[in-house]
Design a protein around this ligand. Structure first.
Ligand code: FAD
Ligand code: EPU
Length: 268
């Protein structure tokens, strides 16, 4: 186990956030030790806006045994999704294709019920392992209250592993499906972001609404609403959390949208 003080800007895709004490746990024993004080669990930091002042709680990252995986068996929650999606398709196991292009860990994807128009992670979960009150237990995913970009994990529960329900299919079929998903993501910006900022309202698109309100390209410091897609905010280099919060306020003053990002710490 490693315990270090690190700037969270380095551990988040948006590249924003002050320092915290980061506990990188390698084993179940490490995890038991790490949760003995107030904590937050960090995945790949791809859906987070972290305060410039950092956070006071311990930040736990899953490594070691939690990054071991076997697509036909258990997959550690610290495993990154992108290589899994590619390897499953090549191995002739279908189901993960809708998650192509999501830069999440498996645990973060379960917490957020990450997905695209083609499907979400909840659709392909057979079993989920949770660590809660010093105990590991395996649960039926139906107990976790999944809906659009949402789960109802018990408070303080950490997802430590999953078993996927994948279906044997030819690699050609899986690769063709992945090409479709890839095409749907074509308009998304490549600059540093945390994915879509807001959830889509029922039967509409937040990106389209922000675009039609004329807000693409709006800048606050080095934070900007992307020119390419209205629902992406990008870091042009050295942006502050407060800059993104100002853009969020401007959008919310005009449109009744719900934030998809999780905010860590106090961001003014
Ligand atoms: P983090 O951002 O680190 O954390 C998110 C939340 O999950 C936090 O509340 C955290 O505490 C919790 N969490 C993390 N790990 C665990 C765990 N093991 N147990 C319990 N809770 C945990 N999202 C989509 O849904 N669809 C997309 O198409 C998509 N595209 C994206 C494209 C880009 C370029 C980027 C940067 C992001 C995109 N996202 C997308 C957003 C993001 O990838 C997802 O929300 C993802 O699920 C976050 O996973 P993470 O591991 O990075 O979690
Ligand atoms: N559109 C505009 N202007 C914009 C952006 C979009 O007119 O600036 C229009 C598009 O032309 C399209 C419609 O709005 O007709 C929908 O846009 P898009 O196809 O880009 O999909 P989206 O609804 O914006 C959703 C998810 C993405 C996911 C894609 C691909 C949400 C909030 N977003 O985007 O997920 O990658 O579909 O399936 O559900 C995320 O959650 O972080 C995320 C990136």
């Amino acid at each position: 186990m490693r315990v270090e003080t690190l700037p969270l800007a380095r551990l988040t895709t948006l590249g924003v956030g002050g320092s915290a004490e980061v506990w990188t746990v390698e084993s179940k024993a490490d995890l038991r030790q790490a949760v003995q004080a107030p904590f937050r669990i960090l995945g790949n930091g791809s859906n987070l806006l972290v305060s410039d002042a950092g956070v006071k709680e311990r930040v736990i990252r899953l490594s070691g045994v939690f990054t071991k995986w076997d697509l036909a068996g258990w997959v550690g929650a610290g495993t990154l999704l992108p290589p899994l999606v590619a390897k499953a398709a090549r191995a002739g196991l279908s189901g993960l294709e809708p998650l192509l292009g999501i830069p999440a860990t498996v645990g973060g994807a379960v917490c957020m019920n990450a997905g695209t128009h083609f499907g979400a992670i909840a659709d392909i979960l057979a079993e989920v392992e949770l660590f809660e009150r010093y105990t590991f237990r395996r649960v039926d995913p139906r107990e976790l209250g999944f809906s659009y970009r949402k789960s109802q994990l018990p408070k303080e529960a950490i997802v430590t592993g999953v078993r996927f329900a994948l279906i044997p299919k030819s690699p050609e079929e899986a690769l063709a499906r992945m090409a479709e998903v890839n095409a749907a993501r074509k308009g998304q910006p490549k600059k540093k972001s945390a994915g879509c900022t807001f959830k889509n309202p029922p039967l509409d698109s937040a990106g389209r609404l922000i675009d039609h309100a004329g807000l693409r390209g709006l800048k606050e410091g080095q934070a900007m609403i992307s020119h390419e897609h209205g629902n992406f905010m990008v870091n042009l280099g050295g942006a502050k959390a407060a800059d993104f919060m100002q853009l969020i306020r401007i959008v919310k003053a005009q449109l009744p949208l719900e934030l998809e990002w999780k905010i860590w710490g106090e961001v003014r």
